[in-house]
Design a protein around this ligand. Sequence first.
Ligand code: CP
Ligand code: NVA
Length: 326
Amino acid sequence: MLNLYEYQSKKSFSQKHLLTLQDYDIDEIYQILSLALRLKEKQKEHIPHRLLEGKTLAMIFTKSSTRTRVSFEVGIHQLGGHGLFLSDRDIQLKRGETIADTAKVLSRYVDGIMIRTFAQKDVEDLAKYGTIPIINGLTDTYHPCQILADLLTIYEHKGDFSKLKLAFIGDGNNVAHSLLIASSKIGMDISIACPKGYEPSKSIIDMAIKNAHESGCKVEVRNDIEKAAANADIIYTDVWASMGQENETKERLEAFSAYQINDCLTHLAKEDYIFMHCLPAHRGEEVTKSVIDGIHSVIFDQSENRLHTQKAVMTLLMGNNSLIVL
Ligand code: CP
Ligand code: NVA
């Protein structure tokens, strides 16, 4: 059985950024989850853990957020640092200043940047032109911070990842992409069901299949929701229209109408299945109230774990590794 509470890595954490998770190996993912569990314990026991004393994180948002904004700002504060909220309404990016110049300027002031935006390329360019760690707080393509919190939540409820089946039903979006990458790295079976035309990107499915060959798990992408949900340990869904797709809402509601998570579908999952959703949710659309507010739902554990996993990510990327004594 996997014991992440006492996980000891044989190598030090060498990643410089968190951009997609695809360039992380299983040991690095375990290091994050293990540190997150220890930081969570310290926080619950009110034991100070100021591992980023005096450090500043710039938080750039060109899309809305509740969880990401609050958990990063609270997280850096609890670590002894300071978070700087930078909405695109207020900074020069929106007036055409380049990502390259923004990266170079911010690198002179702060110790790390978390960015939520549309194009994955902008996140990658910040990393390319800046000299400080960059954390992807969601793009149209990926949401790695969410999935790290989800892995912690799954571990807390199920105790392991191998021999589990995660069924993601809905849009093949940023959350689905990051679930594909993370599950296939960590050796957890993943079965995705989407309406035709809304499947995850082919290049990301191919990456996940390659990862799965190495980790020894299954990756399936299909249109049949019942096959995906059958015997699942985890049923996961997300909104049908993501940020930036608001003008497609009507056609998406029609395309996805048979893809709702409801009591009929969850009966196909294992008896002790957990229901997950990154939130925000639309009750009555992608999921019924009975499921999302029912006893199998762990949605608020996922939200809480954003705080603990992101504190671990910031500590590992922005901190001095030799100081991580907890
Ligand atoms: N799950 C998530 O990222 O939530 P926010 O959009 O509220 O940050
Ligand atoms: N897929 C959703 C996730 C929100 C956290 C979006 O991009 O809007």
